[in-house]
Design a protein around this ligand. Structure first.
Ligand code: C2O
Ligand code: CU
Ligand code: CU
Length: 420
């Protein structure tokens, strides 16, 4: 607009008619459409203004998951948008290239709104980065992974969204809102930006032929080097950028393999069928170096511990909108130790990015060493994080930390901190 802002208009809608299952229509919610939202894309240094109108019947918010921005712009539970109202946060994009996302964050009511379809990706570009596949929709493909359950008439089964130990677990996978997706892929190196936007389910992503592929990015930016893997774990809210090489005419299935460590880790699912073009296209080689190595936490860094407990508490209490749990100095680099003595959880921090220092004293898997904002915390495990906090201060406007299993988040497995 006239004052140099890139303006994005996002309307939360509740009147979607989606076609997922053959011959059936499903009532859904969406952002600027029937289901999910547009991919928002902007470049480091851009000033962005979001104009968000809530056309649903319920109070909502829109949170920029992974974004480093002032707390008042964060779109958490303190920035409610009433039905019919418009909220216009603005900020300067100042963080590395990454695959972020947005979703509602109303206190105690997030799970159902995300399940109905309110979510989308927010890609941050940065000029001068390493050369990775970057033609959107051709060799740079966002994949939003969600589980669903349908009634026979095609309507969304919402049982368990607000009940049960983990809330909703579906038996059908949608990718970008598509049932049984087939993607005709170029025979070359292709980047997929994976987002687990499910309520609770954890995916172990790999391929039916067991092929090796490379992780090039984690939640908040690129990894130091491409990291070869055959499978990677993605818990709710987490992202990974991977590069997969396809040869001419081949077919494979991106899938998820379960294990029975917990209910949310169970089950085998096909995610995306891939059919490569008959002729090979040129691909640049993967650069050996992608990003600077992570700085070690400073000597004497503040250490804080957080206990996740099975009854949806953190440190024995539930989220209280009027209580500040933690005060962090602007730009602080701290060590946060998350202890889980119960069932599976994960842990997400707003207004920060972090590195995984260790899991129960052991170094994390190599593909987990990139910049993160959400981490899986399996049953009975501990993880230590080196957290880098934003420099935006606000003594009264809090950021959140919470389990991103949406049922747990809604049940109050969340705390608030301010940056001063
Ligand atoms: Cu993805 Cu506090 O949220
Ligand atoms: Cu977030
Ligand atoms: Cu949890």
């Amino acid at each position: 607009d006239a004052d140099g802002y890139k303006v994005f208009r996002l309307t939360l809608q509740a009147d979607g008619r989606s076609r997922f299952l053959p011959g059936l229509t499903t009532a859904t919610w969406g952002i600027n459409g029937a289901y999910l939202g547009p991919t928002v894309r902007a470049t480091r240094g851009d000033r962005v203004r979001m104009v968000i109108t809530n056309r649903t019947p319920d109070p909502s918010t829109l949170h920029w998951h992974g974004m480093l921005l002032p707390a008042a712009m964060d779109g958490g539970p303190h920035q409610m948008i009433e039905p019919g109202a418009t909220w216009s946060p603005q900020w300067t994009l100042d963080q590395p290239a990454s695959s972020l996302w947005f979703h509602p964050h109303p206190h105690e009511a997030t799970a159902v709104q995300v399940y109905r379809g309110l979510a989308g990706m927010f890609l941050v570009d940065e000029p001068g980065g390493p050369k990775l596949p970057d033609t959107y929709g051709v060799d740079d493909i966002p994949l939003i992974i969600q589980d669903k359950r349908f009634h026979e008439d095609g309507s969304l089964d919402e049982d368990d969204v607000d009940t049960g130990p983990y809330g909703f677990l579906g038996d059908v996978i949608l990718i970008n809102g598509t049932y049984r997706p087939v993607f005709k892929v170029q025979a070359q190196s292709v980047r997929f930006r994976l987002l687990n936007a499910s309520s609770a389910r954890v995916y172990q992503v790999g391929f039916s032929d067991g092929r090796t592929f490379h992780v090039v990015g984690t939640d908040s930016g690129l990894t130091e080097h491409p990291i070869a893997v055959k499978r990677l774990t993605l818990s709710p809210g987490e992202r990974a950028e991977i590069v997969v090489r396809f040869t001419a005419g081949e077919e494979t299935v991106m899938n998820s393999r379960g294990d029975d460590s917990s209910d949310i880790q169970e089950g085998d699912f096909d995610l995306l069928r891939l059919e490569a073009a008959p002729t090979l296209a040129a691909s640049p080689p993967l650069p050996a170096a992608l990003a600077q190595p992570a700085a070690r936490p400073p000597a004497g860094a503040t250490v804080r511990t957080f206990e996740l407990s099975g009854t949806h508490n953190i440190d024995g209490t539930k989220m209280d909108m009027n209580r500040i749990d933690t005060v962090v100095p602007a730009g602080a680099r701290e060590i946060w130790e998350v202890r889980n003595n119960g069932k599976a959880h994960n842990f997400h921090v707003h207004g920060a990015d972090f590195r995984i220092l260790d899991r129960a004293g052991q170094p994390p898997q190599r593909y987990e060493t990139g910049p993160k904002d959400t981490v899986f915390v399996p049953p009975n495990s501990n993880v230590r994080l080196a957290v880098n906090f934003t420099r935006y201060t606000d003594p009264t406007g809090p950021y959140m930390y919470h389990c991103h299993i949406l049922r747990h988040e809604d049940k109050g497995m969340m705390g608030q901190f301010v940056v001063v």
